[in-house]
Design a binder for this molecule. Structure first.
Ligand SMILES: CSCCC(=O)C(=O)COP(=O)(O)O
Ligand SMILES: [Mg+2]
Length: 229
């Protein structure tokens, strides 16, 4: 019996296009100023240290770190320090009203019916937990955070293409893989979840890149769909 669904964001419940055309440019324009304006905070110290480490540039100053982070945005690198910085920048954007997130129109009703029917819903994205909270608090359909039981990202779970990350999530949620289902648009993520013993559902939307989701069960919309059946 499936007791919890874990959903990916980009490409699964929301458009990749929104992330690449709205969110990435928003963070790219602000990342240098954000580092400077929050220079004395623990979060910037962590972003600087982790970026230097991952880039193999131990002596990089703030300006070089900003350049590295901008390059990672351009290359869509899923690196924890970049995702931490973006989460903080987007949080401010949502709070000021400059940013509103995106969800495919079938998603709010589906999440509501799953939760009403007793299914717990968690989010697992490369975007930081902070970014995920901002995203679901500022959707065009209102604040949907009340529907979510928890959040996982690169920091508290690990990379989305590694089976060990799904085992870590199962442990945190307190359920075995056979009672968990992961919904994603990316075959390598679905493969990793399946390797960890989870159920998987490939969400194949006509607007998105990945149309061949391999051996996974596939749906094209979440409208009227119940992942437990
Ligand atoms: C709140 S997620 C913002 C998008 C993002 O930064 C990202 O990397 C999306 O990754 P996903 O794992 O959801 O495909
Ligand atoms: Mg995705």
């Amino acid at each position: 019996m499936i007791s919890a669904a874990v959903i990916d964001i980009e490409g699964t419940v929301a458009a990749t296009d929104h992330v690449h055309r709205v969110l990435f440019p928003y963070s790219r324009e602000r990342i240098g100023d954000w580092l400077a304006e929050h220079r004395d905070t623990a979060v910037v110290a962590e972003v600087l240290a982790q970026t230097r480490d991952l880039a193999g540039r131990p002596d990089a100053g703030e300006t070089e770190v900003a350049e590295i982070l901008r390059r990672w945005i351009d290359e869509d690198v899923k690196a924890a320090p970049l995702k931490t910085a973006q989460g903080e920048i987007w949080r401010a954007g949502y709070a000021s009203g400059e940013l509103v997130s995106h969800l495919y129109p079938d998603v709010p009703g589906a999440l509501r019916s799953w939760v009403d029917g007793g299914l717990a819903v968690y989010v697992y994205s490369s975007g930081s937990v902070e970014a995920q909270r901002g995203w679901f608090a500022h959707t065009p359909y209102g604040d949907l955070t009340g529907l979510l039981s928890g959040h996982f990202d690169l920091t508290n779970a690990g990379g989305k293409r590694e089976a060990s990350s799904y085992r870590r999530i199962a442990e945190a949620v307190g359920l075995p893989g056979e009672r968990l289902v992961f919904l994603s648009d990316i075959p390598a993520e679905l493969d990793a979840a399946a390797e960890a013993g989870w159920h998987t559902i490939g969400v194949r939307r006509p607007e998105e890149r990945f149309q061949d989701l391999g051996r996974h069960r596939v749906v094209e919309s979440l409208h009227g769909f119940d992942p437990r059946r």
